[in-house]
Design a protein around this ligand. Structure first.
Ligand SMILES: [Mn+2]
Length: 280
């Protein structure tokens, strides 16, 4: 196992690795961000922000105390391919120990590394304002703008909260049969769209820019007209009650002065755990 004991722990949990059901992995990937950088400081800023949250989760009426172990920050090689291997191996180790991995980023490309640790029967629910379906940027295949394209090469994926893509991206998404729920009208459409997930294994990947910039300004590439917190909770409620949740990541948070985005990122991690536990 690559990780060491982190000095900072999510929700100030004191449980050791052996006793934990969930493992939070700070993944400070920040190599291909194209607009606002600083996502490498996101993970520790989210863990810091988590200390202001209660262990008791009101949304799902569940207390998440004594469940989470936080690893030290992943040491990532400069080469994106090697960085993906490190993330993949870490997630594989956690899965082998029958625990649920929660990757905290860091740029969205880290989700691809995490996906490599899962079987092709796992459906990836990607909350993201962007299609992330670029085939390459300046000849580079592994970038934050190609995350969903990379994952969809092997896995069934759905992109939720979408509102930024090119016609060429959309053509490729259709070819790969990517499920899509646009940000506009999200609340009305999400129930029907997620119906097909009954009994499936599901991984939830959240690019924080899926949320409206008014509630999540601290992201690398903000986009207007995003989903709100309650939209996310509603989607999570549906998925947790129908499918088997096998992992999560929360990506693209930058360190900010207001901490608004970091607190939201920390909150949806506790929501994921509470929702999953309530439905076991
Ligand atoms: Mn995005």
């Amino acid at each position: 196992m690559l990780f060491h004991e982190g000095s900072d722990s999510f929700l100030e949990e004191e449980i050791d690795y052996k006793g934990a059901k969930y493992v939070v992995v700070p993944t400070p990937l920040d190599m291909t961000t194209t607009y606002l950088n600083g996502t490498k400081f996101g993970p520790l800023s989210i863990i810091e922000a988590s200390k202001s949250l209660e262990n008791y989760n009101y949304e799902f009426d569940f207390d998440v105390k004594d469940m989470i172990f936080t690893t030290g920050q992943l040491q990532l090689p400069a080469d994106p391919k090697k960085a993906m291997d490190v993330i993949k191996e870490t997630v594989s180790d956690i899965l082998n120990d029958e625990k649920i991995p929660i990757i905290v980023g860091g740029e969205h490309l880290g989700s691809y590394g995490s996906s490599l640790a899962f079987g092709d029967d796992v459906v990836f629910l990607v909350f993201d304002a962007h299609g992330d379906f670029k085939s390459s940027i300046l000849g580079v295949e592994l970038t934050h703008a190609s995350t969903s394209r990379l994952i969809s090469a092997k896995k069934k994926i759905m992109i939720l909260g979408l509102r930024s893509f090119s016609p060429a991206d959309m053509k490729d998404m259709k070819t790969r049969k990517v499920g899509i729920v646009y940000s506009n009208g999200f609340g009305k459409k999400i129930g029907g769209a997620l119906r097909a997930l009954k009994g499936k294994k599901v991984y939830i990947s959240v690019d924080m820019d899926v949320f409206d910039p008014s509630i999540a300004p601290g992201v690398g590439t903000p986009q207007p007209d995003g989903i709100l917190y309650n939209d996310f909770i509603e989607a999570l409620r549906i998925v947790a009650s129908r499918a088997q949740l096998v992992g999560m990541d929360v990506m693209e948070t930058r360190r900010t002065d207001s901490k608004t985005t970091e607190i939201l990122a920390a909150k949806i991690i506790t929501d994921f755990i509470a929702a999953r536990e309530k439905n076991l």
